[in-house]
Structures are given as structure tokens and as C-alpha cells.
Design a protein. Structure first.
Length: 421
């Protein structure tokens, strides 16, 4: 899948006004109202968003040892992933909600597939219908395009807008479901099909006083037919409410917004589709980019230690540092770790499997001297991508891929009680 070519083509079509959904004139109207992209991305900017937040936007418990709450979202604490195995348990998987988690009755839920890219009229599927189709199970990363955004500010002194995530807007789960291609073919996919757009059943996203409609984002038919799942199970359980119950998209290697939760309908069009989620959001804006922004779809490459910034260790004793690295371009080849602020780098030991579209766990032994230290991890993938020292600035703070500096402290080990000496 050549995302660059697709993005460039759609961008030109959109500029030429050949767009249905949110076209360029609508966007200019929004801009005239003062609803610019950064303002639209601000968290909880509207009274409606604030009201949704007040009504518990997330259903599952968010204990402080597992999550950092961020508006309508919840970030996984990396310390909670130590010793939990390859997949992130549901109780600590991050949640990114534009509004709030809807409670949907799976017995009466229906998926409607419709549009001019089908040979016939709309086709409905119940959950039972989907479960009767051949299923696949895959370990896949879902990561928010804004994961790591706060480091643009704390590490690069740049101002960006949007949810101030650390590195915990990412997780790997075992997703089971039916291939989107299977469902589209059953629904009568025609050779005229161009784009495929799922829409969520959560409340419409209202920001800056403008109702942008249901959360939705188009996929080119080529990606939709390639590796996309309509998932109804997560880590062996029915999909939980916060993660899209009863059915969500899982779009490997693409930014989290592609993996639409609580799917109610899927439009198959015979012309390019656009939505606010690929026009004013999820574009690179800023001095290095065209005024109208540069579209993108693919996630980048990152690493994280399984600890929280500011963690403390006993000085002079061996400690096993653990972490995970992942890339949307392919498996991780190796990971280097520095415990001295970037002077010396050592290869981390890989632990467990290295799965395409998921992550690689790793570890490294260390004996810290007393005092403050800076930890860094830098991944290289099989395509030769290496995490840079500086991430490319963009005003909405997407795809922070630079090596993150993690401050920790080694404190004198507590003295043994007198009786034990
Ligand atoms: N319907 C709907 N789908 C959605 C969203 C949403 O708010 N509504 N958020 C998207 C974003 S931005 C991300 S990063 C992922 C997060 O998935 P998770 O909450 O299961 O971790 O869901 C995506 N799908
Ligand atoms: Mo996201």
C-alpha cells in the first residue's frame, strides 16, 4: 500500500473541489468562523464536550496506578506494563474518546453497508451474521497519532495543541473478527468502489460550536481489502464498551483514528470521500508544510521504558530495565539503550516474539550510581528507520518519533535494620 501516492492524489482532488463529505469551501467557512484546525483540536473546547466529559466518558474503572486521566481520554501508565506479557490487558488499555463511550445492545445492533460502490442497495449484518463468517485473530498495535505529543513541548520547547499524551496512547491486543474484505464482498462490492468509510455510533463530535457529525474517516478500497478487521473480540473477550462494543475497525499500521469504534455503518463510495478527520485533523500543519496541511495515514516508530518518568531505583544494586519498541513500517530489528544521557549506547536484549504490526519487548541490566540519570531507548526497524533525536514539528503535534529522555533517580538503598546487620 503506497499511502503517499494515495494521500497526494486525494489532496489534489480535495483542492480541486472534487470532494464529498467536508469540502474545501466548508473548511474555509469554518475558518471564517474562527474555527481553525488548532482550535478544533483543543481538548474539551466546547460546552458540549465538557458536558460529555461530565457524564463519565469512559465506562471502565481508571485506577491511578494504571491510568492518567486526560479529559475524555485515559493514558496507560507505562509502569503498569511491567511483567504483564505481550498483550496489554483490557483493564489498562488506553482509551481515546472524542465524546463518550456509548452503551450498545449487541442483540439489536446492526451494521449497514451502503453506497454507490456496491452493486445493489444497502446490506445489513447482525453480530451473529458477522460471527458466522470466517474469523481471523491477529496481534495488532493501536496507537493514537498524538501519542508522545507532550514531548514536543517538554523536549523541543514547541507549542502544539491537542491532548498532552506522554507515551501511553498505544497498546497491542489480540483482536478477533472478520476481515473487512469478506464483509464488503458479501455486501456486493463493485469494481467502481473507491473509498470505504466507517462511522461510529458515539455522540457526534461538536467543537467550537460546530457539529462535525459522527466520528468517521475514509480508507482507500485497496487498504480496506488488504489487512483491515471488523473486530468483535479483544484478548479473547467480547469487545469491551470503551473499545468499540460490539464491533470496531482494526486498521494495522495506520493512525489510531482509522480504527473506528462502535461501527454502525460503512459507506462504500464510487468517488473520493473526505471527513474532518482527514482534512482539518490528522494533517501536518506548520512552517514546513503546505498551508492546507499535508495528509498522512501511517504511524511511525517509537520506544518506551516500562516505568514512569521520575522513577527511583536503589543505588548500587542491579536493576533490569525493560521496555517495548514498535514501528508501523515493519518488525523491530534492534533497540539501543543509553543510561548516561546519550553518550554510550548498548544493545538491549530482545524478549519474546517480534511481530509485524505489533511490538518487540526488550531488557537491559543496569547498576545505577547514586544520583539523577537520563534513560533513552532508540529503535531501528527492518526497513532501516531509526528514531531521530528531534521529531518534525507540526502544530497539531502528530507522530512524535524522537528518542525520549526519561529522568530517573538512584537513591541510597535503605540501611538494613540493626538486628539484621
Ligand atoms: N467512533 C469512534 N471511533 C474512534 C474514536 C472515537 O472517538 N470514536 N477515537 C479514535 C482514536 S483517535 C483512537 S487513537 C482510537 C483509540 O482506540 P481505543 O480507545 O480502543 O484505545 O480509536 C479511534 N476510533
Ligand atoms: Mo487517536
Amino acid at each position: 500500500m503506497d499511502e503517499r501516492a494515495y494521500d497526494d492524489r486525494r489532496f489534489r482532488q480535495w483542492q480541486a473541489g472534487r470532494a464529498r463529505g467536508l469540502d474545501r469551501r466548508d473548511l474555509l467557512k469554518l475558518a471564517a468562523l474562527g474555527v481553525t484546525a488548532p482550535a478544533l483540536a483543543a481538548v474539551g473546547a466546547s460546552p458540549a464536550a465538557a458536558a460529555a466529559a461530565a457524564a463519565a466518558p469512559i465506562v471502565k474503572p481508571l485506577p491511578p496506578e494504571l491510568f492518567k486521566p486526560l479529559g475524555t481520554n485515559a493514558e496507560t501508565l507505562w509502569s503498569s506494563l511491567k511483567d504483564v506479557g505481550y498483550h496489554v490487558p483490557i483493564d489498562r488499555f488506553f482509551v481515546r474518546n472524542h465524546t463518550s463511550t456509548p452503551i450498545i445492545d449487541s442483540a439489536s445492533w446492526r451494521l449497514t453497508v451502503f453506497g454507490a460502490g456496491l452493486r445493489g442497495g444497502p446490506v445489513e449484518f447482525s453480530l451473529r451474521d458477522l460471527e458466522r463468517l470466517p474469523s481471523v485473530t491477529r496481534s495488532v498495535t493501536i496507537e493514537c497519532a498524538g501519542n508522545g505529543r507532550s514531548y514536543f513541548t517538554t523536549q523541543q520547547a514547541q507549542t502544539v495543541s491537542g491532548t498532552a499524551w506522554g507515551l501511553g496512547a498505544v497498546g497491542v491486543a489480540r483482536w478477533r473478527g472478520v476481515k473487512l474484505s469478506t464483509v464488503l464482498r458479501r455486501a456486493g462490492l463493485s469494481s467502481r468502489a473507491v473509498d470505504v468509510q466507517a462511522a461510529g455510533l458515539d455522540p457526534n463530535y461538536v467543537t467550537g460550536g460546530v457539529d462535525l457529525g459522527p466520528v468517521r474517516r475514509p480508507l482507500p478500497v485497496r487498504k480496506a481489502l488488504d489487512d483491515v478487521l471488523l473486530a468483535y473480540e479483544m484478548n479473547g473477550s467480547p469487545l469491551p464498551a470503551d473499545h468499540g462494543h460490539p464491533v470496531r475497525l482494526v486498521v494495522p499500521s495506520w493512525i489510531g483514528i482509522s480504527s473506528i469504534k462502535w461501527v454502525g455503518s460503512i459507506e462504500v463510495s464510487d468517488e473520493p470521500l473526505f471527513s474532518p478527520w482527514n482534512t482539518q485533523f490528522y494533517r501536518f500543519f506548520g512552517p514546513d508544510f503546505p498551508a492546507e496541511g499535508q495528509p498522512f495515514d501511517r504511524q511511525s516508530i517509537k520506544s518506551a521504558f516500562e516505568l514512569d518518568p521520575g522513577a527511583t531505583f536503589p543505588a548500587g544494586l542491579p536493576v533490569r530495565l525493560t521496555g517495548r519498541s514498535w514501528s508501523a513500517a515493519g518488525r523491530i530489528k534492534h533497540v539501543e539503550v543509553s543510561t548516561d544521557g546519550g553518550t554510550r549506547w548498548r544493545r538491549a536484549r530482545p524478549v519474546g516474539p517480534s511481530i509485524d504490526n505489533a511490538w518487540q519487548r526488550w531488557e537491559l541490566d543496569w547498576r545505577p550510581a547514586e544520583g539523577p540519570h537520563v534513560l533513552q531507548a532508540r529503535a531501528t526497524d527492518v526497513r532501516g528507520n531509526v528514531q531521530p533525536d528531534v521529531a518534525r514539528f507540526n502544530t497539531l503535534g502528530y507522530l512524535f518519533d524522537a528518542v525520549v529522555k526519561v529522568p530517573v533517580t538512584a537513591s541510597p538503598a535503605p540501611a538494613a535494620p540493626a538486628a539484621l546487620r
